[in-house]
Design a protein around this ligand. Structure first.
Ligand code: FES
Length: 1000
């Protein structure tokens, strides 16, 4: 041990530290929980602190190097004062006792998951301490070292500029809000669909499921006026923003328990191998090691790790630990030890004798006769064709394709390729397990699906479900990556083996190789077009790479087929998909869930067709896109791995999205002379504009279910308990807004909690863009029931003679038409303590057979350097119809962040492998995500429609921003260069090669 002296947040401190202890570890040991672990290489910046006033990363610096230094963390920006009576952290406006930077981050919506926020605040403080008048570029440069995966940086930059103005004593500029365009209701809908020009289909029979004859139907267009609201549709600040701005210990790993052990995972160095022998004796003998588990130590139970509803889709092709490894990074053994360092040392002492097997990395090769068989275990359940590595085969169709293709004026066929990318949440997967005082296993985990995790791990651990409690704290970004049971089984096994609390967290490298990612696909689209420009038929044939395990392989590809074949009216359609195992890390759920792959192909293909037949691409798409009242024909055929049923487009602002986007982008300039060569002195820089249309879903119809419990407190406030999981999207705030609106109270009167399988009712979890719509529907129902109970009690006891049909709740009171009113506090106290004594409360569930599609138009302006292939994106603009935005501030933040993730998918992110299946870039930096100083201009336009089936008219917004950037960029590159590139990402090498090929 070494003694070091330092000043920590203004106080002289002495630390005893081991020579190898990282500054990050020492700071967290000292209770500085705002200092986050995001990587081990200094690439993400989440661990940054101010050391002698300069921003430094603490994950690559030893604690001893801080000897004599002054360190400042976010805990010091606005220290909590004794008393704290004024700290109403869930109040609508942030408390005064915050640093101007913290206030600005909250007010501008710069905080989503909040995992990067402490480091961003410190980076901004370091800048403003030196430069009170920073330019936007200087702000971007200052925070560039702190990666944010949620926001797209637009709002953090705005926040720093706002705080700088406040610190200079100037009036704060107003927080920028996205423009809201109101779609023009019935008139607009009628303009979109002047007549039912749906083509007649002579044969509407289906060869896929279900088998009954179907007829295309149109639903009557319903237009409901948007009601006046006080809390909904307002830019309320997030209910969790203050604690996140203060760096409070709210994430999974922000706690320690007496006797807690640290887990470490030994992973496979081979893409495909059988374990002939494994010797753990030396590891077990190491002092401080409490457990070493291999496949020989735990029961073999086959399962699927995807966090999906019961019954879990097949295949069950995983065991917690196995005698065979199927990708580099696959699980081999797990250790629990007194310290993380001892756990790592133990891993090095495990000797594994591998029989290395031939590996296959290409999905087309994997299906061929004689390819290595990845799943040859006899106890796997539900693999479609294990001998040819096909986990699933999906075949669905409607209509008579043969006849449609035979009668078509034109037929087009193109092939597109999309690659593997990672969710890259800045918070790695983390889990802590322990026995509680009743010998129930508590699982504290960064998951989007706590209820599915509990159901999946129970048989793996050999525990009845009632003895497991899953707690979801705040999540540092998920994006679908945490819709999976990944660590919880092994962590639980270690607690069972040792009797001790165990903490398990992936390294960044394991995030890439052992967590989940997006499915690569090869997509071949063939389309028949009639003489009048209408689409007659479309066939999509897909080969999807599901890596080593099946998990979400079926459902992601189902969504891909559904989205690809539902955006445009099709007389006949067919989806044929092979889902194929390879010896690569396993893809899973990733925001967009199959739609980004399909829409890249579709929106490029549609542009290609339009230009080939001499149409303007937007006009061609307008001629064919689905309209309000149209049935989405593939819904009945596909379902979600279950029986399908009819679904319709119930609202659409797509026309307005396109028009507003074109206006904002000055779309017509692309036809003006000189547009494509903006720099006459550099004619090799070519400029282009591209657009893609997007249609997504809102939850999974007939499957997703959420529930909410609500109770009235003595002071007229409400406890709202939801199983829904806010992974940084702001869903807690949105659900609380729906509740507050219904009950006529301000947002601060709703105390929301999510989620804990012991205390909150069930929710399928945060995925499929379902929370606002499904969980919000449950909250609305519970709030309506509680409202009815309040009115009943008030009228019976406190407003005698009032007509219950005519009283209403507003401003924390029950109002009667004759002017009398009684406060909710009075109602609560009276009901609880005085007459008809009972607790006013309700629990409600919501499931929907409707999944109303949000629509969007995604625009890109980009420059292409034709000498180097470098693509520079100047501007992204998305006009999006998400129904009524419950909170325009968080909705805009979702769109901005989603667009930037999608830009990474299109432009620079790629999981790259060598020939043996080793990932070449398992760290930030080589795996390139956008930094603040590299960003294009971002614009969001909210086109507001009213969705009749949604709570207060809402539809989803979380995933649709992922769908259109890649095809819009492809179309912009084509506009700039005349060269069509059908594979992403558009790296300089790929673009340059395509340009060279076109020249030659
Ligand atoms: Fe920045 Fe989530 S808010 S990583």
């Amino acid at each position: 041990m070494m003694h070091i002296h330092l000043t920590l947040n203004g106080e002289q401190t002495t630390w005893d530290t081991a020579p190898h202890e990282l500054l990050l570890t020492a700071l967290r040991r000292a209770g500085m929980w705002s200092v986050k672990h995001g990587c081990e290489t200094g690439d993400c910046g989440a661990c940054a602190v101010l050391l002698n006033g300069k921003l430094v990363n603490t994950c690559t610096r030893l604690a001893v190097q801080a000897h004599g230094a002054a360190i400042e963390t976010v805990e010091h920006l606005a220290p909590d004062q004794p008393g704290r009576r004024d700290n109403d952290l869930q109040a609508s406006s942030p408390p005064a006792a915050l640093h101007p930077l913290q206030r600005a981050f909250i007010e501008t919506g710069a905080i989503q998951c909040g995992f990067c926020t402490p480091a961003q605040l410190l980076a901004a403080k370091a800048l403003l301490d030196q430069n009170p008048h920073p330019s936007e570029d200087q702000v971007r440069e200052a925070i560039a070292g702190v990666l944010c995966r949620c926001t797209g940086y637009a709002r953090p930059v705005q926040a720093v500029l706002r705080a700088a103005a406040i610190l200079r004593g100037e009036a704060a500029p107003p927080a920028e809000m996205p423009p809201i365009i109101f779609a023009s209701g019935l008139a607009a809908q009628e303009r979109q669909a002047p007549a039912d020009d749906t083509p007649e289909f002579p044969d509407d029979s289906f060869d896929g499921r279900p088998t009954e004859t179907l007829t295309r139907t149109r639903m009557p267009v319903m237009v409901v006026a948007q009601p006046e609201t006080r809390v909904v549709n307002k830019a309320e600040t997030k209910v969790d923003a203050v604690k996140l701005a203060k760096g409070r210990p709210v994430f999974t790993d922000d706690m320690t328990l007496p006797g807690m052990l640290h887990a470490a995972l030994l992973t496979s160095p081979h893409a495909h191998a059988r374990i002939r022998a494994i010797d753990v004796s030396a590891a077990r003998a190491l002092e401080g090691v409490h457990a070493v588990l291999t496949y020989q130590d735990i029961p073999r139970v086959m399962y699927a790790s995807g966090g999906q509803s019961y019954p879990q889709p097949h295949p069950y092709d995983q065991a917690s630990l196995d005698s065979k490894v199927r990708h580099v990074g696959d699980r081999v053994a797990v250790v629990a030890a007194e310290t993380p360092e001892i756990a790592q040392a133990a891993l090095a002492l495990i000797h594994v004798d591998y029989e290395v097997l031939p590996a296959v990395l290409d999905p087309v090769a994997a299906m061929q006769e004689g390819a290595p068989q990845i799943h040859d275990e006899p106890d796997a359940v539900g693999i479609h064709d294990a001998a040819h590595n096909r986990s699933h085969h999906i075949y669905v169709k409607h209509g008579d394709l043969q006849q449609a293709f035979a009668a078509a004026a034109w037929t087009f066929e193109h092939e597109y390729r999309v690659h593997q990318v990672q969710q890259a949440a800045i918070e790695p997967h983390a889990c802590i397990t322990y026995w509680d005082e009743d010998d129930r296993l508590v699982v504290r985990t960064s998951t989007q699906v706590p209820f599915h995790v509990r159901r999946i791990i129970a048989p793996l651990l050999g525990l009845p479900l009632r003895r497991i409690r899953v707690i979801k704290p705040r999540i540092g970004g998920g994006f679908g990556g945490k819709q999976e049971m990944l660590l919880e089984d092994l962590c639980g096994h270690l607690t069972i083996a040792t009797g001790r609390p165990v903490r398990f967290e992936y390294t960044r490298s394991q995030e890439f190789s052992s967590a989940r990612s997006r499915h690569p696909q090869i997509i071949r689209i063939k389309t028949a077009v009639r003489k009048d420009g209408t689409l007659a038929a479309m066939r999509i044939k897909t080969v999807a790479d599901t890596g080593a395990y099946g998990t979400h392989g079926l459902t992601v590809q189902m969504v891909s087929g559904f989205r690809g074949l539902s955006t445009y009216r099709l007389g006949a359609a067919e989806f044929d998909c092979d889902v194929v195992y390879t010896n690569k890390p396993t893809p899973g759920a990733y925001r967009g869930y199959g739609a980004p792959q399909a829409l890249f192909a579709l929106e490029c293909h549609m542009d290609e067709i339009a230009l080939a037949i001499g149409w303007d691409p937007i006009e061609f798409k307008r001629k064919n896109w689905v309209r309000t009242g149209d049935e989405m024909m593939m819904a009945r055929a596909m379902g979600e791995g279950r029986e399908g049923f009819a679904q319709w487009v119930t609202s659409s602002g797509l026309e307005e999205c396109v028009q507003e986007g074109m206006r904002a982008m000055d779309w017509e300039r692309k036809t003006r002379p000189g547009f494509h060569t903006p720099h006459p002195d550099r004619p090799h820089i070519r400029r282009g504009l591209g657009v893609a249309l997007c249609m997504h879903g809102t939850g999974i119809a007939g499957l997703d279910m959420g529930a909410a419990s609500l109770k009235l407190n003595d002071d007229g406030s409400f406890n709202l308990l939801v199983g829904a999981t806010d992974l940084g999207t702001g869903s807690d705030t949105i659900l609380a807004q729906i509740c507050a609106e219904t009950l006529g109270v301000p947002l601060r009167d709703i105390i929301i909690f999510s989620s804990d399988t012991d205390f909150t009712p069930f929710d399928t979890g945060a995925y499929a863009s379902s929370t606002t719509y499904i969980s919000g529907g449950a909250v609305l129902k519970a709030a309506e029931q509680v409202k009815d109970q309040i009115i009943e009690h008030a009228v019976k006891h406190l407003l005698p003679g009032a007509d219950p049909e005519r009283v209403w709740l507003e401003d924390q009171h029950v109002h009667a038409p004759d002017g009398r009113k009684v406060s909710l506090e009075k109602v609560a106290l009276h009901a609880t303590h005085q007459a008809d004594q009972h607790q006013i409360m309700a629990t409600a569930s919501h499931m929907s057979y409707v999944s109303p599609p949000p629509f969007a138009a995604q625009f890109v302006e980009a420059d292409v350097d034709t000498e180097t292939g470098q693509v520079t994106v100047n501007r992204l603009l998305m006009a999006v119809d998400c129904g009524v935005a419950i909170n325009p501030l968080t909705a805009a933040g979702q769109v901005e962040g989603g667009m930037v993730q999608a830009l990474g998918y299109a432009h620079c992110e790629e999981m790259a492998y060598d020939d043996e299946g080793h990932l070449l870039n398992p760290r930030f930096g080589p795996y390139r995500i956008y930094q603040a100083d590299e960003m294009p201009r971002l614009d969001v336009i909210l086109v507001q429609t009213y969705e009749p089936s949604g709570p207060y008219g809402a539809k989803a917004v979380a995933e649709i921003p992922k769908d259109g950037v890649a095809p819009a960029l492809a179309n912009a590159i084509f506009d700039a260069t005349g060269v069509r590139i059908r594979q992403i990402p558009f790296t300089p090498e790929r673009v340059w090669q395509a340009l060279q090929a076109a020249r030659s």
